[in-house]
Design a binder for this molecule. Structure first.
Ligand code: BJ8
Length: 383
């Protein structure tokens, strides 16, 4: 496999990938391929992928349109919801603009009410997501996945076969494996790369639409990092921090930057875009493709599940495998489910693993940078 000469350049390209894909989506659209806009990790991407659609993430992560959203929505609402609604309302998000269909799931209350309003701008399909991971829940989500497939078939006048879905499952599993292999490099101590660089690759790769190319690129990057590590290129030893909580792309990423600027090393991301959305594979051997998808996706440990044992299971596994010295939980302002769950996560981390834990509540603005910097510096000092 060809080695990449300039890793910093590659990290930078991935960091810019969301922006760089605006043109790619336009081209996809012009070529007549359907574009499906999605908001959540519970969306089984294999279904739209099976009909050759491009799947784009619409969760917005900047505060640019928050004031526009606040003209219609309450101020005391999660910034991810306000930002996403604001970009849709002002038509400033090219991904939203080019999407033929928007798909949401009934996760948190704010998001599901927002989808009702998004229907005024674009065709919206909402999947009813059960809030409990039991047999009834799997059955219900299986039916919802079939209803979603039928919606796509009707809207795009196509037929999605089980064989097409099976191929998409195999390809997405290969992509998951490539991502896991890459972030698995962070088990090393000292680290081979900064957590922020890793996150940019994980997040950026979701905005690359040629999945075979993404898999090859990820394998190449991992190989290059591993080979440089073996030749002695590594970071100095630092306190190892695991990040959990609400999604942290864009504006909320300041927390990761502040940890790194204050001498900490982020070794793992449990959040969406990190292990939560990658770690588990779809069972390729299950003869029932819809059942296999329902189980894999409903198993995701988001705080909208009640109870939510899978989040704790993954968190514990990551703390052990990545030898975390401490856990930092990022909660977006007014994200009630993650905020309430902080109590349980704190007890789990401090009592079961005996390591320090800190909650950071923030939004996409830079107004709290000074205060966050002081708190994070003091936390790292203690380690
Ligand atoms: S699977 S984390 S992508 S719901 S931060 S909008 S929960 S109030 S984004 Fe999420 Fe799916 Fe869960 Fe992941 Fe609501 Fe919280 Fe805002 Fe959130």
């Amino acid at each position: 496999m060809k080695l990449i000469n300039d890793l910093p350049k590659v990290f930078d390209e991935f960091a810019q990938q969301r922006k760089n894909s605006f043109l790619a989506v336009k081209k996809i659209k012009e070529s007549g391929k359907p574009v499906v806009g999605v908001f959540c990790t519970y969306l089984p991407q294999e279904i739209p992928a099976a009909m050759g659609a491009a799947v784009v993430g619409l969760c917005s992560t900047s505060d640019e349109t928050v004031s526009d959203a606040e003209k219609d929505l309450p101020r005391n609402l999660c910034p991810l919801i306000k930002s996403s609604y604001g970009f849709a309302k002002t038509d400033k998000c090219p991904f939203f603009y080019f999407s033929d269909l928007i798909v949401g799931e009934t996760t948190c209350d704010g998001k599901k009410k927002m989808y009702e309003y998004l229907g005024e701008f674009k065709p919206v399909h909402v999947m009813q997501l059960p809030n409990t991971q039991n047999e009834d829940g799997y059955e219900m989500y299986r039916r919802e996945i079939i209803r979603f497939k039928e919606k796509l078939e009707e809207l795009f006048q196509t037929v999605i076969t089980e064989e097409d879905i099976r191929k998409a499952i195999v390809q997405r599993n290969r992509e998951r494996q490539a991502l896991k292999d890459l972030y698995g490099l962070m088990k090393a101590d000292p680290l081979p790369m900064k957590g922020s660089d890793l996150f940019h690759i994980l997040y950026g790769s979701t905005f690359k639409f040629d999945k075979e190319q993404v898999i090859t690129e990820l394998q190449g990057i991992r190989k290059q990092i591993q080979s440089e590590y073996e030749q002695g290129k590594r970071l100095k030893k630092m306190p190892r921090i695991l990040i959990t909580g609400s999604p942290i792309g864009g504006g909320a990423f300041k927390v990761v930057n502040l940890i790194e600027e204050n001498g900490g090393a982020v070794v793992a991301f449990e959040n969406c875009a990190g292990a939560k959305s990658i770690e588990e594979f779809v069972d390729e051997k299950d003869p029932d493709v819809y059942g296999a998808l329902a189980r894999r996706y409903l198993n995701i440990g988001c705080s909208c599940m009640s109870p939510n044992p899978n989040r704790f299971e993954l968190l514990g596994k990551l703390i052990e495998e990545y030898r975390a010295d401490a856990v930092v939980e990022v909660v977006l302002t007014a994200c009630h489910t993650y905020n309430v769950e902080t109590y349980g996560v704190k007890r789990f981390v401090t009592e079961k693993y005996g390591i320090p834990y800190m909650t950071v509540e923030t939004d996409y603005s830079s107004g709290d940078m000074g205060q966050l910097n002081t708190r994070i510096a003091a936390f790292l000092e203690m380690l």
